[in-house]
Each structure stands twice: as structure tokens, then as C-alpha cells.
Design a protein around this ligand. Structure first.
Ligand code: RTP
Ligand code: MG
Length: 149
């Protein structure tokens, strides 16, 4: 089953939106298979956003991600990588659609509440960067026959 990595950023945790974010993914029908609240090290933040290391915002992005706790999660389900990106919305909250997490709760590109893996290969890389194998739980919720044919 497909998995994705999601991280509620420091602004989402500080603004008490952890429950609201989790609620949206639960209600959609995806399954939570890993969850932890952590204060991110600089090394981990830099590895996570390695692809952006030459960008002008890289330093402030790493400062922000390491400034206060984040909620790291792994979610499972058919098509969860692309679907989560839709639920999250476009990078800039001023252009993301209402109904998306960023569109409903954000105003600034540097404070856009949540990260979601952008492809299945990225998801695999990020899951192994943030979680050990024994921190992930394989389980089948009883709802499965009501979500999938
Ligand atoms: P994320 O990786 O955090 O899920 O966000 P994303 O895919 O929608 O956007 P991405 O291009 O990967 O950018 C990573 C994060 O960097 C910050 N950013 N700031 N100031 C700027 O122009 C700028 N551009 C990007 C955002 O917080 C974005 O989420
Ligand atoms: Mg990204």
C-alpha cells in the first residue's frame, strides 16, 4: 500500500491545528501508520530540504523548521501521495484553494502549516529519513471494506 510523509510545521503546532490536520486525513479515509512530536535537529532539517539548499530561502526555512516542535507522520492509502498534496493545497497559501489546509488556514508562503511528499520516490526517502522501521505500524482498519472495492 502506498505511503506518504507529512509534517505539521511549527506554525501548525503553535496554532493548535494538529487535531484539525489529522482529522482531515482520517476523514478522507487514509490510515495513520506513524506519528511523533519532535524538535527537529538542524541536520535533519537540512537533509529533509536538501533539494532547496541553493535557494535564497533555505537558511530561513531551516531556522523555521528547527524553531519549535513539529508533528511527523506517515499515512497510508491508495494514491495517498498525490491526494495529500491536493488536501494540503498549493505552496503559497494566498493562491491555494479554499477547502485545502493551506487555503483555509495560511497567509504566508514561509508559514504554510504542513509539508507533504511530492512523489512516491520522495515519500520513500523522507519516510526512511524521519522514521525507523519499528516506529511504523502495519495494520488494517476495520473500515477497509467500506473504503475500497
Ligand atoms: P513542502 O516541501 O514544505 O511541502 O512545500 P512545497 O512542496 O509546497 O514547496 P517547495 O517548493 O518544496 O518549498 C519548500 C518550502 O519552502 C518554503 N518556500 N519559501 N520564500 C519563498 O519564496 C519560498 N518558497 C518556498 C515554503 O515554506 C515551502 O513550503
Ligand atoms: Mg516540497
Amino acid at each position: 500500500m502506498e505511503r506518504t510523509f507529512l509534517m505539521i510545521k511549527p506554525d501548525g503546532v503553535q496554532r493548535n491545528l494538529v487535531g484539525e490536520v489529522i482529522r482531515r486525513f482520517e476523514a478522507k479515509g487514509f490510515t495513520l501508520v506513524g506519528l511523533k512530536l519532535i524538535k527537529v535537529s538542524r541536520t535533519l532539517a537540512e537533509q529533509h530540504y536538501d533539494i532547496h539548499k541553493e535557494r535564497p530561502f533555505f537558511g530561513s526555512l531551516v531556522d523555521f523548521i528547527t524553531s519549535s516542535p513539529v508533528v511527523a507522520m506517515v499515512w497510508e492509502g491508495d494514491g495517498v501521495v498525490a491526494s495529500a498534496r491536493k488536501i494540503i493545497g498549493a505552496t503559497n497559501p494566498l493562491t491555494s484553494e479554499p477547502g485545502t489546509i493551506r487555503g483555509d488556514y495560511g497567509v504566508s508562503i514561509g508559514r504554510n502549516l504542513i509539508h507533504g511528499s511530492d512523489a512516491t520516490e520522495t515519500a520513500q526517502r523522507e519516510i526512511s529519513l524521519w522514521f525507523t522501521e519499528d516506529e511504523l505500524v502495519s495494520w488494517e482498519p476495520n473500515l477497509t471494506p467500506w473504503l475500497y472495492e
